[in-house]
Design a protein around this ligand. Structure first.
Ligand code: F6P
Length: 319
């Protein structure tokens, strides 16, 4: 193997740049030429490809977003489009591909390998932490820190005004971000897709806490469970005190990555190049019990990552 390429695809996540840097630098040190594909699969189809150097990834570790840029590419669900992409990779002499992204992007990578026989290694990069077989994906930790910071600030103003805040966080169909951010900020309640909510019971709990003298109230809702507006509609008339809504939105995807994400991304970037050099393909780098391993992409993608119910229990016990 002489020439490999790296791309970021789907929703960006903090730490992607550290992963790109690791792939490029370790690839070059291993005697490879490393190319960067811009704007994910869409850029690949446009042949937006350029050679990366040691210098081209200098000073990017601390930057949020992705220097390669990214996109969602709905056309990539078509087999003919993937065949076209494989043709372009071959035309550019690219013999191995590292795809950094979430579930949709990893599906694209798996099909490129299965149908088109392109050697591919995936790196899980998403704030949602919804990729199976890895304890963490790149960007989750930074996102959590952003959410925690925001909730702490909301708590200040909630206390001053004796209000309830309904805070909507991302996560697609996973309640991970909501559960962990709620747990570590001591939120009064967390509403997630994995557990049905009973608004009557929840309102009674909030009322009891108010009677006991609690002057603020934070309810964290995962976007996959309900919108903050729906939650507010169910709660406000029942609890009878002022409610405000905050939808954190894309702020959760930005920002300088934490040390944890930089380290995870660096380790996974190196592991991805090593996997390609070993002749592994159709795999994803994963964090399992503190170690970086590779796991088969088809196995990763056939199951939905299950939320650790111990965390949900803990959030409930400690709220
Ligand atoms: O998968 C990451 C994520 O931020 C989800 O949490 C969210 O539902 C989605 O992407 C938003 O996507 P977009 O940036 O395309 O609006």
């Amino acid at each position: 193997m002489k020439r490999i390429a790296v791309m970021t695809s789907g929703g960006d996540s903090p730490g992607m740049n550290a992963a790109i840097r690791a792939v490029v630098r370790y690839g070059i040190k291993s005697g490879l030429e490393v190319y960067g594909i811009k704007r994910g699969y869409a850029g690949l189809l446009d042949e937006d490809i350029e050679q990366m150097t040691f210098a081209s990834v200098g000073g990017i570790m601390e930057k949020g977003g992705t220097i390669l840029r990214t996109s969602r590419c709905p056309e990539f669900v078509r087999k003919e489009t993937r065949a076209e992409a494989a043709k372009i990779l071959k035309k550019h002499g690219i013999e191995g591909l590292v795809v950094i992204g979430g579930e949709g992007s990893l599906h694209g990578a798996m099909f490129l390998e299965e149908e088109q026989k392109i050697p591919v290694v995936g790196i899980p990069g998403t704030i949602d932490n919804d990729i199976a077989m890895t304890d963490m994906s790149i960007g989750v930790d930074t996102c959590l820190n952003t959410v925690v910071d925001a909730i702490q600030k909301l708590k200040d103003t909630a206390s001053s005004h004796e209000r309830a805040f309904i805070v909507e966080v991302m996560g697609r169909s996973s309640g991970y971000i909501a559960t962990v951010s709620g747990l570590v900020t001591g939120a009064e309640a967390v509403i997630i897709p994995e557990v049905p909510v009973n608004y009557e019971e929840l309102a009674n709990k909030l009322l009891e806490e108010r009677e006991r003298g609690k002057i603020n109230c934070i309810v964290v809702v995962a976007e996959g469970a309900a919108s903050a507006y729906t939650v507010a509609r169910h709660l406000e008339h029942r609890i009878g005190y002022e409610t405000r809504i905050t939808i954190l939105g894309h702020i959760q995807r930005g920002g300088s990555p934490t040390a944890f994400d930089r380290l995870l991304a660096s380790r996974m970037g190196v592991a991805a190049v090593d996997a390609l050099l070993r002749g592994e393909s159709g795999v994803m780098t994963a964090l399992q019990g503190g170690k970086i391993v590779t796991v088969k992409l088809d196995e990763v993608l056939k199951e939905k990552k299950r939320l650790d119910m111990e965390l949900v229990k803990l959030a409930g016990i400690l709220s």
